[in-house]
Design a protein around this ligand. Sequence first.
Ligand SMILES: Cc1cc2nc3c(=O)[nH]c(=O)nc-3n(C[C@H](O)[C@H](O)[C@H](O)COP(=O)(O)OP(=O)(O)OC[C@H]3O[C@@H](n4cnc5c(N)ncnc54)[C@H](O)[C@@H]3O)c2cc1C
Length: 330
Amino acid sequence: MRRITVIGGGVVGLTSALFLAREGFNVTLVESGRLFSGASGANLGILSYSLGLVDGLDPSLLRRALSTHKKLAEELGHSIKVSEIVVPLTQAKAIIRELTRGIAAVFRAKYGFKRVEKLGLSLVVDDTLLIDPLEYRDSLVRRIGELGVNVIENNGVEKLVGRGSRITEAILSNGSVIESDIYVLAAGPWSDEILRPQGIELGVESLKGYTILARVDENIDRVIGVDPVFMRPHQHRDDIVMIGGYKKPSGLDLEIDEKDIETMLDTAVKVGVKPLEVLEVRVGLRPCLEEPVTRIIKYDNLIVSTGHCRHGMLLAPQAADEIVRLARSM
Ligand SMILES: Cc1cc2nc3c(=O)[nH]c(=O)nc-3n(C[C@H](O)[C@H](O)[C@H](O)COP(=O)(O)OP(=O)(O)OC[C@H]3O[C@@H](n4cnc5c(N)ncnc54)[C@H](O)[C@@H]3O)c2cc1C
């Protein structure tokens, strides 16, 4: 059985660990904090065909990603909700850049202008699925447990050892050593740091964002988008709205800036979402490259996957499929 070490327990690493284990690889998943402690645990779980199109992603890739998500949810039992994104035209100023950038794409998507209660005339795109990232994590963790994946948390990779990109061992922060036949690096914005000794520079830029869980009297029944802020109903709680998004170039800084949170809450109020109490603020760094699509690069026995920016939840199963294909060819 060939041994694979997956470095990074975000959505890309965890989904890859599952797909690789299903293919019969002997998988170890190494995470420096807890699984989903990065952007993967701090995101909104919006899987949107149209947002992907606006960002220039390939329509067939997006269709495959959505269909794989539906199959995964059926197989593993986590919930998935069909939804739509409503962009109120009263907020058109905020979305004008998005619309002009992606106008052709938006027109190819299923869209329509409709009068929406309380929001007025709005652009409505109805090809969106919602998942709860933490529920996704838990159902995948259960399955990889059944498949015998070895999960190491709170003990990250300190150093990859080898000649150039032929890796012979991974040294963990507690000094232990893992030897594998193949290594998969899925460490999001931390990927460059880990690859530096190998002389590889991907140029990942981090964009900080937040998800605020707020208690509300009156919830919303679909996603409201006022880019860069999106609001969505909680997957299971009628009294909680998730207000998320926001984009801030940030290096690896994970500080929560109160001013950003206030701006996001103000944006929510502008479209009639009235938070009564902030229950939780999650912060994450989107791993972005020039193109907002997952980049998967193979070097000798090392596969690197990052760069999916604001579509990492959506694209993770497609990234994992490609990682399996490459690993099988090695
Ligand atoms: C506010 C916000 C909202 C978002 N909304 C959406 C959305 O609605 N839909 C969508 O599709 N995407 C969304 N995204 C984007 C999505 O969350 C990311 O693209 C995705 O989570 C990136 O996953 P990843 O596995 O590559 O990286 P990460 O989640 O960052 O995972 C990388 C992991 O590697 C670990 N790590 C780092 N260094 C080491 C090391 N040396 N050794 C071992 N482990 C290490 C980190 O601790 C981390 O857990 C959003 C992002 C944010 C911030």
